[in-house]
Design a protein around this ligand. Structure first.
Ligand code: MG
Length: 406
């Protein structure tokens, strides 16, 4: 690969929601803290490292976490506060590069290749950022540094908690080789099992495996995985405003069966994607619905809209229509909605001869602006338009469990 090596940072705040609670209430420091739904069907969004010692993990039903850690502190999330601190931390990142790709409230990629002349090499920048986040936000952020995204992200996972790990230039393949294959992006339960059956345990074995053998084991995904295993990952760091797709998905605490059971989650996801689109100034024409069944097999269904949109209701309607093309007789463990096919951000209508907006569209645009303003003030997911019907009211809604937390 002829291009000079890149310097990519992956930064991930440790046990973010739980750490914020410990930051704001010193009496919680050193104690097992779990943030999440405290009701009967609630799940843990974040667990402090003290709680993890009891076996508690994020995405675990709260009831189970209570059994594992009865003396733990269980708190409802305060998304407004998390969003405020996330903004502060991302502001620190942007002092070093405009190339910040948020993955969630607490996780981002930074491309600092062009920042090195001014700020020092990738590891120095990561050390400075870790110090500033500690000083200015009171939080621990772990860092991975590598030439490619894939290796930077794995390095962060290995560095946690409160650590830093650099993969030296030219060393990505050697770094990956001894690691178990499941560490690779895209290797889920099903792929991992197929690899095990093929006698492949490590990333190095995957990198060295015979192409035909891989194709037998994994089908067409085999070649792509082998490239990743060799450390070939040319994906650029893409700020949200330049994203090619924006999506949102949730894994349910209990599998859900049938259309009615899936629609509320789709509504939430559509609104979350719409809000991210609007804040990035993007409108999508392609809507992809993703389902993962209880057996971990996934399907996607995609459709193209007549025109681009950043409206949650339009995304929801499109995703709902795609549900009809999926097998709903089986229990579903995850749904997700992704928007892609972005055009130019829409310009304000100054042309007198442009067709007037339909009143319904105009109303929805005004409503969306109101929802965004409230969400910006009180935190993502605190509010969304009430579902269907003529009069649309704003009502408070509990944010479903997201993928945000690690
Ligand atoms: Mg995190």
């Amino acid at each position: 690969m002829g291009a000079p090596p890149r310097a990519i940072l992956h930064l991930d705040l440790d046990a973010f929601y739980a750490s914020v609670e410990q930051l704001d209430d010193p009496s919680l420091r050193g104690r097992p803290v779990m943030v999440g739904g405290t009701g009967g069907r609630g799940v843990v969004c974040a667990a402090s490292y003290e709680a993890r010692r009891f076996g508690v993990r994020s995405a675990m039903p709260t009831a189970r976490a209570r059994r594992l850690c009865p003396e733990g502190v269980f708190l409802a999330p305060r998304f407004d506060r998390y969003a405020e601190l996330s903004d502060r931390v991302f502001g620190i990142y942007r002092r070093f590069t405009p190339l910040v790709e948020p993955l969630s409230l607490d996780e981002a990629f930074l491309d600092v290749t062009a920042s090195r002349a001014l700020h020092g090499d990738g590891a120095s920048i990561a050390r400075t950022i870790r110090r500033l986040v500690r000083e200015e936000a009171g939080l621990a952020v772990s860092a991975g540094i590598a030439e490619v995204k894939l290796a930077a992200k794995i390095a962060t996972d290995l560095a946690k908690p409160d650590g830093l790990l650099e993969v030296p230039a030219g060393g990505v393949r050697a770094f990956l080789a001894p690691l178990p294959a499941w560490r690779l992006w895209g290797v889920g339960e099903v792929t991992g099992e197929a690899l095990r059956r093929a006698g492949i345990a490590t990333i190095g074995e995957l990198a060295a495996a015979d192409g035909a053998r891989l194709e037998r084991a994994l089908g067409s995904a085999g070649a792509e995985l082998a490239r990743l295993a060799r450390g070939e990952d040319p994906r650029p760091v893409t700020p949200d405003g330049e994203a090619r797709s924006l999506g949102s998905e949730d894994t349910f605490e209990e599998d859900r069966l049938g259309e009615e059971a899936l629609l509320p989650a789709l509504r939430e996801q559509a609104e979350r994607v719409a809000r991210r689109l609007r804040s990035a100034g993007l409108r999508g024409r392609t809507v992809t619905l993703k389902l993962k069944y209880a057996d971990f097999r996934g399907v996607t269904r995609r459709c193209t809209l007549p025109g681009p949109t950043d409206d949650g209701r339009a995304l929801y309607d499109a995703a709902r229509a795609q549900l009809g093309r999926a097998d709903l007789s089986r229990p579903v463990r995850l749904t997700g909605i992704t928007a892609s096919g972005f055009g130019e951000p829409e310009r304000p209508q100054l042309d007198l001869f442009a067709p007037a907006e339909a009143p319904a569209t105009r109303r929805r645009r005004a409503l969306n602006a109101a929802v965004d303003a409230i969400a910006a003030r009180f935190g993502e997911g605190t509010v969304r338009p009430a579902s269907e019907g003529g009069e649309r009211k704003i009502r408070w809604a509990q944010k479903p469990r997201g993928k945000e937390e690690e």
